[in-house]
Design a protein around this ligand. Structure first.
Ligand SMILES: [Zn+2]
Length: 208
């Protein structure tokens, strides 16, 4: 591999700083998105409730120009696929997540969404409505940064898949996840990481 020149690494750092500043400037907006999603409770075992958040999420992605495809599920919320066209023929990147939460309906009454001491709490804030908000704001950021070269679109195609049954085994969504993952260049699971260093949740499989 070619060593990164000092100039390139300075450019890279400056760009990283610019992008960090972009999200820092939008902190309130991002928190508002998370709060809005948390305040629509969506336990895995309640289809009408789960479908409500799916509809709200679909509207948000659709406002960014994504094409929404609803995969009907009988006993769970409908799974959401949103496709964003890219400005190249490269395979899409798949952003994977779930919108169901482990908290039973009504939890919000005793555990409201609150921002205290720089921390946001509430049912599903961490797992993983913040991840969904992150997807939305990251896509908006990419569109903004590439607006001249990609005419408001993205440099490459992105597919978002948000399933409704992750907390209970992903039985009805598994086939959809596998088929989209096979078509993707990379899959980014936007589940929360562990701790401040961003360690991945899922432990690495031992080598066989
Ligand atoms: Zn999760």
């Amino acid at each position: 591999m070619k060593p990164v020149s000092r100039k390139a690494s300075t450019d890279y750092r400056a760009e990283a700083q610019r992008r960090l500043a972009y999200f820092n400037d939008r902190r309130d907006e991002i928190v508002a998105t998370i709060r809005e999603l948390v305040e629509i409770e969506s336990p895995s075992d309640n289809k009408p409730a789960a479908d409500r958040v799916a509809e709200a999420v679909a509207r948000k992605f659709s406002r960014l120009g994504g094409k929404v495809l609803v995969h009907q599920a009988k006993d769970f919320g409908n799974h959401l696929q949103i496709d964003f066209a890219g400005n190249s023929s490269a395979k899409p990147v798949l952003l994977l997540g779930h919108y169901d939460t482990v908290y039973p309906l009504g939890t919000l009454a005793n555990m409201p969404c609150r921002a205290v001491g720089g921390k946001l709490t509430g049912p599903g804030v961490l797992d993983m409505k913040s991840g969904i908000a992150l997807m939305l704001h990251a896509l908006a950021g990419l569109q903004e940064w590439h607006k001249e070269t990609c005419h408001g679109g993205l440099p490459r195609a992105v597919t978002v898949l948000l399933v409704s049954d992750e907390e209970v085994g992903s039985e009805t969504s598994r086939a959809i996840t596998e088929s989209l993952a096979k078509k993707a260049a990379a899959v980014l699971v936007i589940e929360p990481s562990r701790g401040v260093h961003g360690t991945a949740q899922t432990p690495a499989q031992p080598r066989r």
